[in-house]
Design a protein around this ligand. Structure first.
Ligand code: ZN
Length: 202
């Protein structure tokens, strides 16, 4: 049974991990004060805590295919509620939108006809930043598309009322990243040059 693998993992966590972090977990039992809202793709290859070396309690994570932030108020749902809770209630000081290489959603956005049997995915892909399509996109094209998508979602974030209010007050910062799965590199969006720079090279 595949689920047994995960149950075994829980068992190892309780035996080998929890006892060494008991104090942290007991402290977190009734409250959290995360340092960032981390919005990333649901892709199984991304582990935000591993990537940023964060401990439980540090990242408030919103995982959604394509790391898409639907424009407000057109699409009120789980993503907008998570953003509002993180910025309004938890008052996180940072938001990181993290795209990644080899994103199936970016490929899907280039071939919407392949998603015709999946209406929810097809609708969701409309929010991705795809201004022109290529049948056989190069890796470079896909990377640029992934970067543009991150920038688009950063723009969409600014329309959320609690985000806009916090930005106005100057106590919230937005960041756009792309995680390069094969190399471990993270490139970050530089607003001045409007390019992604390898500020965290592998
Ligand atoms: Zn993805």
């Amino acid at each position: 049974m595949p689920v047994q693998k995960f149950l075994d993992g829980v068992s190892r966590f309780q035996k080998d991990v929890y006892p060494y972090n008991r104090e942290l977990f007991e402290r977190l039992a009734t409250k959290q004060k995360p340092s960032a809202l981390f919005i990333t793709c649901s892709d199984s290859r991304i582990d935000p805590c591993l990537l940023t070396q964060s401990k439980p309690g540090e990242l408030f994570i919103c995982r959604v295919i394509g790391n898409i932030v639907p424009p407000y108020p057109d699409a009120i749902g789980g993503v907008s509620a998570t953003i509002e809770y993180a910025t309004g209630v938890l008052r996180v000081p940072e938001i990181i939108v993290c795209g990644h290489t080899d994103c199936g959603v970016m490929r899907g956005a280039l071939h919407p006809e392949a998603m015709k049997d999946f209406p929810n995915v097809a609708h969701w892909l409309n929010y991705a930043q795809v201004d022109h399509r290529e049948r056989e996109p190069s890796e470079e094209f896909l990377l640029r598309l992934t970067e543009r998508n991150v920038v688009k979602q950063l723009e969409n974030l600014r329309w959320h009322p609690t985000v806009a209010a916090r930005l106005e007050r100057g106590d919230l910062a937005l960041h756009g990243w792309v995680y390069h799965i094969g190399t471990g590199a993270v490139t970050a969006y530089d607003r001045e040059s409007r390019t992604f720079k390898e500020s965290v090279p592998a």
